[in-house]
Design a protein around this ligand. Structure first.
Ligand code: KIV
Length: 276
């Protein structure tokens, strides 16, 4: 089976089947978050496999402390923009807090609205409560692919009280391991594992047939995801050890904008060739 399907423009479109296939053949899955068309375009060009329109947009885009107040309307707005900017990556929309945890039917209705209005190819949900498991089953049976999310689940921050690593004691590790299997049995096509010990990430990845996508879950996961503003150094106040900085965008932008300011103030911009 080929890793992707052809779309109209002859680009290779990544599907949930491709994501499963990548695990089978041992090709690591490259994932990033994005919240707008510009980054969707850049990440498409850079051959990212999966783009998550994460509810982390509450933190990075809206400047909020938690992701809890992100709404369905906001996720739809940002997902539409990312879909418009991207071509071949698989676009996954994060389901906001309280849009899928109350009843499985409500989850199905909300996921359906996200898919219909945005054109994304899958949704993501956090946790493994009985309602969430039932919701995953209903969504996948209806043709809506679901990405699960275990370990540190930011929508439950008020329950846990901190962003500490999860699965660091035996009971918690066994629960996460067990829950990963529940998600797989319910029909999830992959599962995000956030901030858990590398050995637990390895155990889960080796025992599941679906793909694992790690964020702070060590090198043995089938793929990796980072919040783009963290990995490109635009976020300055969030420095967990699992983030590798590939760029210091904050400094680059700061210096460029300062130069622009200097040029405007000294009447060095615009010059003759930049004028009509
Ligand atoms: O909301 C988000 O960006 C996420 C990723 C960190 C996995 O859930």
């Amino acid at each position: 089976m080929s890793l992707a399907i052809q779309d109209d423009k002859n680009k290779k479109k990544i599907t949930t089947l491709s994501i499963k296939e990548m695990k089978r053949i041992g090709r690591k899955i490259v994932c990033l978050t994005a919240y707008d068309a510009m980054m969707g375009r850049v990440f498409s060009e850079a051959d990212v496999d999966l783009i998550l329109v994460g509810d982390s947009l509450g933190n990075v885009f809206q400047g909020l402390e938690t992701t809890l107040s992100v709404t369905l309307k906001q996720i739809i707005y940002h997902t539409k923009a990312v879909v418009r900017g991207s071509d071949h990556p698989l676009i996954v929309a994060d389901m906001p807090f309280m849009t899928y945890q109350v009843t499985a039917n409500e989850a199905l209705t909300n996921a359906g609205q996200i898919m219909k209005e945005t054109g994304c190819s899958a949704v993501k949900v956090e946790g493994s409560s009985p309602v969430v498991i039932e919701a995953i089953r209903k969504m996948t049976e209806t043709g809506i692919p679901v990405l699960g999310h275990l370990g540190l689940t930011p929508q439950s921050i008020n329950q846990f009280g901190s962003y500490r690593a999860r699965g660091t004691n035996q009971d918690e590790a066994e629960r996460i391991f067990h829950d990963a299997h529940l998600l797989q049995e319910a029909g999830a096509f992959a599962v995000v594992l956030e901030k858990i010990p590398a050995e637990l990430g390895k155990r889960i990845s080796e025992s599941l047939s679906i793909s694992t996508i790690g964020i702070g879950a060590g090198p043995y996961c089938d793929g990796q995801i980072l919040v783009w503003t963290d990995m490109l150094g635009l976020t300055t106040d969030f420095n967990p050890r699992f983030v590798r900085h590939y760029l210091n965008l904050n400094e680059l932008i700061l210096n460029a904008v300062k130069s622009y300011g200097d040029d405007v103030r000294s009447n060095n911009f615009p010059n003759k060739s930049e004028s009509y």
